[in-house]
Every structure is written in structure tokens, then in C-alpha cells.
Design a protein around this ligand. Structure first.
Ligand SMILES: Nc1ncnc2c1ncn2[C@@H]1O[C@H](COP(=O)(O)OP(=O)(O)OP(=O)(O)O)[C@@H](O)[C@H]1O
Ligand SMILES: [Mg+2]
Length: 251
């Protein structure tokens, strides 16, 4: 897999999913979680932010476009999974692209919950030799978006994610899809993201505004760069904007 060597680090997007964007759809037969605002409110302010993120990623290196990224953060609960799924939907909606979303959080992945999918055969099952590629690459309720769920919790997730089988799998998927987004665990407590990040085009760091301190983010950068990862940029979640019409809005 070719590495993208662009080192410009930019703040790619600032997103806040607000309560009124989390619409409750009473007959949501598809089982899609209301945090997937790009699905429920594709023309809303928040979906627009995810589209901006999509555009910024595409602009990173036009000669050697980024095709496979991982999403990580310094610590737990900063919005990695929410950003991964919304970015995946925003990318799928763009000119009918074929997108693959992989849940590589083998410890507490929940992408399957967000899409109302089962998780009997996922990435860990494949890497342990208990499932085939056909078993794990599944259609999502959204046309054009395929999903690999995390599977069961294995004994050594980072070894599985750093295996040749994982690298070969990603290479194969790159031939079939326009873009691949991989959700991972946080980088400071766990090595999984660093292990995987070194074999993809780049890493997006999600940081929750008002919570994660600058030094903590620097520590994450250090861990990722030491592991040979290419940091593409940052996504700030939970950002509050002041709009000069005497009221606050959240994006
Ligand atoms: N942009 C955002 N604005 C506001 N809240 C958000 C945003 N993104 C995620 N959240 C909220 O933050 C919480 C954690 O989100 P999420 O599960 O995506 O984080 P995570 O980083 O994947 O967590 P974990 O480390 O457990 O995997 C959820 O309650 C979610 O609704
Ligand atoms: Mg998560």
C-alpha cells in the first residue's frame, strides 16, 4: 500500500451533533441510530460539517489521493465511531461511491449497533481464520456502503490487527472500494491504532473540544508518528460556535 507523505496537518472539521439533530424516527425499520445525522438530516448543518470533512480529506494530496484512513483519538469517548459512521455515509452519498467501513475496535466496537446489524461474524473471526471474506463484508442499510463489524473480543487484538492477514485484507479491499474508513480504539491506552495506522494512508485524530488537553493530543501524535503513521489532520467534536445573530448554534 502506498503511503501518503503529505505532512500538512490541518483541522479538518469541527462537528457537534446536537440534540435537535438527533431526530427520533418512530418507524426506523432499518435500525439506523439517530446519531447518524448524515442519514436522517442530510441537508442539515451537522451533515454539512461531515461533508466539509469529506472535501478536506479529498484535498489532502490530489496527486496521490488518500484512500484508506483510520480514525482514532487520545482517550475514550471522544466521538471516533460517530465521526466514522457519519463520514462513511457522507462519502457514500457523494456520486454513488463504494465505501467500506471497518470496525477495528476489537475490544468494544459498536458500529454494528449504530447500523442495527448483527455481529456474529466480524473482523476478529476473519483474522482468527473462523470466517471468510464473504461472511464478514456485509451490505449496510445504505446503498453503496458496506460494513465489516468487529466480531468477538479476541485475546490479543493488536497482534491480529498487525498481522499479514490484516494487511492483505486491506490491500484487497482497496481494489474493490473507492474509500475505506477504519474505526479504532483510543491511542493512549492501547496500541491497536498505531499498529494499524502504519499500514494505511493516514490517521485522523478526533479530539473532543473542552475535554482533551493539548498535551494529551501531543502525546497521541508522538505515539502515532513513532509507530510510522501519517497524521492527516484533526476532527474537533462537540464544538460550540458563536454566530453573530445573538444566539449560539452548535455544529
Ligand atoms: N460531534 C459530536 N458532537 C457531540 N457529541 C458527539 C459527537 N460525536 C460523538 N458524540 C457523542 O459522544 C459520545 C461518544 O461517541 P462515540 O461512541 O462516537 O465515541 P468513541 O470515541 O467512538 O468512543 P469509544 O472510545 O468508547 O470507542 C456519544 O454519546 C456520542 O453521541
Ligand atoms: Mg468507538
Amino acid at each position: 500500500m502506498e503511503k501518503n507523505n503529505n505532512t500538512d496537518r490541518i483541522s479538518l472539521s469541527k462537528v457537534k451533533v446536537t440534540a435537535n439533530e438527533k431526530v427520533i424516527v418512530p418507524n426506523s425499520a432499518l435500525g439506523i441510530d439517530n446519531n447518524i445525522v448524515t442519514y436522517y438530516q442530510p441537508k442539515g448543518v451537522v451533515a454539512e460539517q461531515y461533508r466539509t470533512l469529506r472535501t478536506n480529506i479529498k484535498r489532502i494530496n490530489k496527486e496521490n489521493p488518500v484512500k484508506c484512513i483510520i480514525m482514532t483519538s487520545s482517550i475514550h469517548n471522544e466521538g471516533k465511531s460517530t465521526t466514522s459512521v457519519n463520514l462513511a455515509v457522507a462519502m457514500t452519498y457523494e456520486l454513488d461511491k463504494k465505501i467500506l467501513l471497518i470496525d477495528a475496535d476489537l475490544r468494544k466496537g459498536r458500529v454494528h449497533e449504530l447500523f442495527g446489524l448483527g455481529n456474529l461474524k466480524g473482523l476478529s473471526n476473519y483474522l482468527e481464520g473462523e470466517a471468510t471474506e464473504n461472511d464478514i463484508v456485509r451490505k449496510s442499510p445504505i446503498n453503496g456502503l458496506d460494513i465489516v463489524t468487529c466480531g468477538f473480543v479476541p485475546e490479543s487484538p493488536s497482534e491480529l490487527l498487525g498481522s499479514k492477514k490484516m494487511i492483505d485484507f486491506l490491500w484487497e479491499m482497496e481494489q474493490k472500494y473507492d474509500f475505506i474508513i477504519i474505526d479504532t480504539p483510543p491511542i493512549i491506552p492501547l496500541t491497536d491504532a498505531a499498529v494499524l495506522g502504519a499500514s494505511v494512508d493516514g490517521v485522523l485524530i478526533v479530539a473532543q473540544a473542552g475535554r482533551t488537553k493539548r498535551e494529551v493530543i501531543h502525546q497521541s501524535e508522538l505515539l502515532l508518528t513513532q509507530a510510522g503513521c501519517n497524521i492527516l489532520g484533526y476532527v474537533l467534536t462537540n464544538v460550540e460556535y458563536y454566530i453573530p445573530s445573538y444566539y449560539y448554534r452548535y455544529v
